[in-house]
Design a protein around this ligand. Structure first.
Ligand code: AOF
Ligand code: ZN
Length: 368
């Protein structure tokens, strides 16, 4: 019972890295001796100390004989930083409780094994599902090589996303757009299409001043980090004049054809083969995984939305529903041609339903 209280605290600490740790996981650590928390910490950024190191530094000598609660198996490898299991052993920690094993093949059980070999009492699995939720992106990439993909959609009650004229700003409320800023901020990358860039000329950045007050409080402005912007542009239609290439951070173009134009700093190209005349989305996702992208947040039109669903690369739908009717001439949520039988209709499960201002936000996952 007490163990759960400390692990819940470690999970809460880990959350504080949710905007900044990628490509690393979010990890929290709490060190307890004789019922007192003597050290705690979380991982903030790749290249900087891991959660355990921060907690051990705070605990100092009090770590001797203490229990360490960690949301992920302590690492056993020399990466950008030395192994945390060695640091825990050296500090004399006598028990380690991990919420889950680290699927990173460089670790994968070796951290816990090394601790056990050194005489530390070890257990894992406490609050594992909460720990899984915390790192959906990192865990999916480590297990499959693919990033976690969230498809964001915004629509009226009758599924309309734009009037026949193309007018679409704004269907959802300012509160929903603020919520989108928060979810963008937690993503490693934002994916869109050239069609969206040509139609709306979006910046696709996180604007700190547009985040809600709670998010701002846990994400100091000096830590602000822009998700990588990825634009699928098979026909090289986006130009160096578009706003997206003039924002802070990186923009990656996924192309099927050569492009020799001059681009501002921060712009690079991924060459992706075509499949039936279209850029191969599965190969794009594999390429993003190889480049250590943990999670992808998609903001695009109905064509890319439909193509991603058909390619089977969508892990989660985030749908904002505005209490309006756009009528039967409106444009729809996603282009999914050729569906004839109900049995072939893609199905989802509701995982979360939130009211956001006047709108609803629905979180769904594909039904198996
Ligand atoms: C932990 N605690 O706080 C983190 C862990 O390149 P490095 O040295 O930062 O190592 C990154 C890997 O270490 C990462 O892929 C994951 O397996 C583990 N991250 N482990 O025990 C932490 N950030
Ligand atoms: Zn570590």
């Amino acid at each position: 019972m007490q163990d759960e209280v400390y692990m819940a605290r470690a999970l809460k600490l880990a959350q504080r890295g949710r905007f900044t740790t990628h490509p690393n996981p979010r990890v929290g650590c709490v060190i307890v001796r004789d019922g007192d928390i003597v050290g705690e910490g979380f991982h903030l950024r790749a290249g900087e100390p891991h959660a355990e190191v921060h907690a051990l530094r705070m605990a100092g000598d009090k770590a001797r004989g203490a229990t360490a609660y960690v949301t992920l198996e302590p690492c056993s490898h020399h990466g950008r930083t030395p192994p945390c299991c060695d640091a825990l052993i050296a500090a004399g920690v006598s028990r380690v409780v991990a919420a889950m094993q680290d699927p990173n093949p460089q670790v994968a059980g070796r951290g816990l094994y090394r601790l056990q070999q050194a005489g530390v009492e070890v257990s894992h699995g406490l609050m594992m599902s909460e720990a899984e939720q915390l790192n959906k992106g990192f865990l999916k990439r480590m297990r499959t090589g693919f990033p976690w993909l969230q498809l964001k959609l915004g629509a009226s009650l009758d599924g309309g996303t734009a009037m026949a004229s193309g007018e679409s700003q704004w269907i959802t409320s300012p509160q929903a757009r603020r919520d989108v800023q928060r979810l963008r901020a937690q993503s490693h990358a934002i994916l869109t299409s050239s069609a969206t860039v040509l139609a709306d000329d979006p910046a696709l950045t996180v604007r700190w001043e547009e985040l809600d007050a709670d998010t701002q409080a846990s994400y100091p402005q000096e830590n602000l980090r822009q998700p990588v912007r990825i634009v699928i542009d098979s026909r090289n239609r986006v130009t160096p004049e578009h706003r997206i290439v003039h924002q802070p951070g990186e923009t990656w173009f996924a192309r099927t054809d050569e492009d020799s134009r001059q681009w501002p700093d921060g712009v690079s190209t991924l060459n992706i083969p075509a499949h039936n005349g279209q850029l191969d989305l599965v190969l794009l996702m594999m390429q993003l995984g190889r480049r250590q992208i943990n999670s992808v947040w998609v903001e695009a039109g109905p064509r890319l939305a439909g193509a991603l669903l058909q390619a089977g690369v969508v892990d989660e739908l985030i749908v904002y529903v505005a209490p309006k009717l756009l009528g039967s001439d409106a444009r729809g949520l996603c282009v999914l041609p050729g569906l004839e039988k109900l049995a072939d209709a893609p199905q989802f499960r509701f995982n979360e339903i939130r009211q956001v201002g006047p709108d609803l936000c629905l979180h769904l996952t594909p039904a198996p």
